[in-house]
Ligand binder design. Sequence first.
Ligand SMILES: NC(=O)c1ccc[n+]([C@@H]2O[C@H](COP(=O)([O-])OP(=O)(O)OC[C@H]3O[C@@H](n4cnc5c(N)ncnc54)[C@H](O)[C@@H]3O)[C@@H](O)[C@H]2O)c1
Length: 257
Amino acid sequence: MSKRIDNQPLLMDKVVLITGAGAGIGRVLAQAYAKKGALIVIADKDDKGLHGTEKLLRDDGFETLSLVVDISKPEQIVTMIHEIERTYSRLDIVINNAGFGIWKSPYDLELDEWDSVINTNLKGTFLCSREGAKLMRKNGKGGSIVNISSTRAFMSEANSEAYAASKAGIVGLTHALAVSLGPDRITVNAVSPGWIETGDYNKLRPEDHAQHPSGRVGTPEDIARACLYLTDPLNDFITGTNLTIDGGMTKRMIYTD
Ligand SMILES: NC(=O)c1ccc[n+]([C@@H]2O[C@H](COP(=O)([O-])OP(=O)(O)OC[C@H]3O[C@@H](n4cnc5c(N)ncnc54)[C@H](O)[C@@H]3O)[C@@H](O)[C@H]2O)c1
């Protein structure tokens, strides 16, 4: 049994799929995994954002397979996994990061708006996991899946019903998949970010930081480190869990006098 306790890269030549990699957290995830030696597959429905990420990776000397994919479209997910198999013949890690929300009163939220959020965040996460796991099973070498949920799976502001339901669904989906895919040595975990600033961090106000028990707002790098931890092959005893990365915000009572 390995005794490694240091931080050496163990992802050399692992094939990693990151959805929603054309912006924000997904872009930083792609850069973080590339630096660990992994072969990166980036997918996004926004081709401009995707090519921006591709350029950043190439400028740093990393090759990437870039696929324009709308994960709310099941047939596009199947094609994406076929393309990965054709290129690399394997898949080791899937980070289901693509997602979005619609903030609207539940009195006014239209059914097609509800469906669009659920179809991307929840159904898309399920289908990328299912199709990705088929290829991992074919390899016979196990793998790991990380589903990006949200602290909004556990607590809410008003007018976030579809997003909250989709993210809570992801937490349930995660533990169900962990049990089902365990025999194929595939771990499945969730990460629930709190406030992760993907814009200009310098524009945040002192009170934005101060309200967090950690004393600061989160960064995409905070999420990248959590994903690297959960997908480290040595951490295969961790499956079915959810890691909340929110600077302690969901543990803070906010009753007012
Ligand atoms: N930033 C935060 O504070 C925060 C907090 C909690 C959870 N999250 C979650 O983290 C993930 C990334 O968030 P972000 O802040 O980087 O968002 P972002 O909007 O900056 O990036 C999301 C990316 O996903 C892509 N995407 C959206 N729908 C897609 C679809 N159907 N198919 C393919 N790609 C699609 C977008 O084009 C975009 O490039 C999301 O799942 C989000 O819900 C973010």
